[in-house]
Ligand binder design. Structure first.
Ligand code: URA
Length: 489
C-alpha cells in the first residue's frame, strides 16, 4: 500500500504529480491512499517512490483535468482516490467520462456540481466588513462557511472583483488574503475572528430592499438559494421577514403598475440552460424573445463578453414596447449597475433635465445602452467607469438590435460616439453627425448627439452651460420629430 500526503485539502498540483508517478509505476487504485494536511496515513502504508527521470506522456480526456480539480475541492475523504481511479481507468477506457451511468463517473459529476454550487454561494454571500488596524490602515474582512474546500478555487473571483481593496476571507477550513497585488492562503479561522457591524451594513440594507421584487417571491426557492446557514453573515437577512410580510400588498401594487412578467415557459427554458438560449438569440435563431420582458429575462444570463462577471447585473433597457423613441447611452454606470436601470445616476440627472426642458415625457420613451454591463476598475471602495472596447460593443449589439426589433421606434437617439457606433455598426464622429436626422432604415431615423456625461465632465462652467443648451436643443429636435412623446397635461 502506498501513501501520498498532500499539503492541504484541495492541493491539486501535488495530487496531479503523485497520480502521474503512481500511474507510471503501474500502481492500482486499490493500492493507493491519500491524506491531506496533518491527517495520519494508514499503519502499513509506505511513501510513493520518486518519479522516474523521464516520465512517459499521459493522455486523458480533455474534460478530465477540470473535473479532477473540482472533485478535489469536495469534502468527501474519498475524493483523491476517486480522481485517481478515474485517471487510471481512463488509460484504457478512453470514453469513460461519456458514460453517465458509470458509478465513478456519476459520483464525480455529483461532486463537481456540489463544488460549483458551493463556489457560487460563496460569490453571492460573502460580505466584507471594514476594520481599522492599529496602524490606521483599512482592511476588509469577510466570514464565510462553505461545505467544501473551495477557498482557493473561488478566491481569484474576489481578487478580480475587489482588486483595489486589501481583504481577507476567513472560513473555518482555510483563509484567503489579498494585499492588492497577490493572493495568499492560510489556515482556517474561528468564528470569533470575524469582524462585527460597520457602516457598509446600511448600504447593503438599502440595496437589498431596492432589488427585492415581491412578484417573484418564492419563499421556498429563496430559502433553498439562500439557506439559513448563511443568514447570520448577511446584513440584509434582517430584512427578509419584514419584506416577505409586506410582499403581498407590494405585489398587488406592482401588478397594478407593471402588467407583464416573463412567460413561465420562457423562465423554465432559461433556467435550464440560460447561456445556450442567449447564444441562439445572438445567432439569430428562430426562437427569439418576442417581448421586452422575455428579452430582459434572457439577458440576465448573458456572458457574451467578460464584463458580466464583475458587474452586479445586466442592465437592460426600460420603457414601453411601442415607444416612438429609443435613447441609447454607452453603458450603465455605478448607480445603474446597482439599481438595474439605465440612466438613474448623475448622467441620468442631466438627461432628465434636458428632456424636461424640451417637454419630453421619459416614461413614453425607451431608454437603453449600447453595452448592458458596467465596466469599471476598482479604486479603494470606488468603482471607476471604463470605456467599453469595440469588441464589447459588438458582443452586446444583438441586444440593442433585438430591442429595436421589439420596440420599432420612429427615432433612435444615440447619446455619444459609443452609442452611435453600436447603432450604425461603424465608428463615426459626433462632430460629423450631430443634430441631423439621418435614415437608419425606411421606417426609422437616427439622431446623434453628445452623451450627458460629457457635459458633466466639462471643467469650464461656460462651456458646460453652452453644451447643456445645445443638448436641450437636440432634445427639442426629438420632440419636434416625434410630437407624441410630449409631456401631457
Ligand atoms: N451612462 C450611460 O451611458 N448609461 C447609463 O445608463 C448611465 C450612464
Amino acid at each position: 500500500m502506498f501513501h501520498v500526503r498532500l499539503s492541504h485539502p484541495s492541493d491539486f498540483d501535488a495530487w496531479r504529480d503523485a497520480a502521474r508517478t503512481a500511474l507510471e509505476l503501474g500502481i492500482a487504485p486499490e493500492d493507493m491512499t491519500f491524506t491531506a494536511g496533518d491527517d495520519a496515513p494508514g499503519l502499513f502504508a509506505e511513501p510513493l517512490p520518486p518519479p522516474s527521470a523521464s516520465p512517459r506522456q499521459i493522455t486523458v480526456a480533455k474534460a478530465f483535468p477540470d473535473l479532477a480539480r473540482a472533485i478535489l475541492c469536495h469534502s468527501d475523504p474519498e475524493r483523491f482516490l476517486l480522481a485517481y481511479r478515474l485517471l487510471h481507468r481512463l488509460q484504457r477506457e478512453k470514453k469513460l467520462l461519456e458514460i453517465a451511468s458509470d458509478t465513478d463517473v456519476l459520483k464525480a459529476m455529483e461532486m463537481e456540481k456540489a463544488v460549483r454550487r458551493d463556489s457560487h454561494k460563496m460569490k453571492a454571500f460573502v460580505r466584507f466588513r471594514e476594520i481599522e488596524l492599529d496602524d490606521g490602515t483599512k482592511r476588509y474582512v469577510a466570514w464565510f462557511e462553505p461545505f467544501h474546500h473551495i477557498v482557493e478555487r473561488t478566491a481569484p473571483f474576489f481578487a478580480r472583483r475587489f482588486a483595489g481593496m486589501v481583504w481577507s476571507i476567513l472560513t473555518p477550513l482555510r483563509s484567503a488574503h489579498w494585499d492588492g497585488e497577490g493572493l495568499s492562503f492560510g489556515p482556517g479561522a474561528s468564528a470569533s475572528d470575524r469582524p462585527k457591524d460597520d457602516d457598509m451594513e446600511a448600504l447593503w440594507l438599502t440595496y437589498y430592499a431596492s432589488i427585492f421584487n415581491p412578484a417573484r417571491l418564492k419563499v421556498k426557492a429563496m430559502q433553498a438559494e439562500m439557506p439559513k446557514k448563511y443568514w447570520h453573515n448577511l446584513p440584509e437577512a434582517v430584512l427578509i421577514d419584514p419584506l416577505i410580510k409586506g410582499a403581498e400588498a407590494a405585489q398587488r401594487r406592482m401588478l397594478d403598475t407593471a402588467p407583464t412578467l416573463p412567460s413561465l415557459r420562457h423562465e423554465r427554458q432559461a433556467e435550464r440552460d440560460p447561456m445556450a438560449k442567449v447564444e441562439e438569440t445572438a445567432n439569430g435563431g428562430t426562437n427569439q424573445p418576442r417581448t421586452l420582458d422575455e428579452a430582459r429575462a434572457e439577458a440576465k444570463a448573458c456572458r457574451a463578453c467578460p464584463l458580466w462577471e464583475p458587474a452586479t447585473q445586466t442592465v437592460f433597457g426600460k420603457g414601453p414596447e411601442g415607444a416612438p423613441v429609443i435613447f441609447v447611452g454607452e453603458q450603465p454606470g455605478d448607480q445603474e449597475d446597482l439599481a438595474g436601470e439605465p440612466f438613474v445616476g448623475p448622467a441620468g440627472k442631466v438627461f432628465d433635465e434636458a428632456l424636461a426642458a424640451a417637454g419630453i415625457d421619459r416614461a413614453q420613451a425607451y431608454v437603453t445602452n449600447a453595452v448592458k454591463h458596467f465596466k469599471f476598475v476598482p479604486r479603494g471602495k470606488r468603482r471607476i467607469h471604463q470605456k467599453p472596447s469595440m469588441g464589447e460593443v459588438k458582443a452586446c449589439r444583438f441586444w440593442l438590435e433585438l430591442e429595436r426589433d421589439i420596440v420599432r421606434p420612429k427615432l433612435v437617439v444615440a447619446l455619444g460616439a459609443t452609442a452611435a457606433a453600436s447603432v450604425l455598426g461603424k465608428t463615426v464622429t459626433i462632430r460629423d453627425t450631430r443634430s441631423r436626422l439621418m435614415d437608419l432604415d425606411p421606417a426609422t431615423k437616427l439622431l446623434v448627439t453628445v452623451h450627458p456625461a460629457y457635459i458633466l465632465r466639462l471643467p469650464d462652467p461656460e462651456a458646460q452651460a453652452a453644451e447643456t443648451k445645445a443638448f436641450a436643443e437636440d432634445m427639442a429636435r426629438v420632440r419636434a420629430f416625434v410630437p407624441e412623446i410630449a409631456l401631457r397635461g
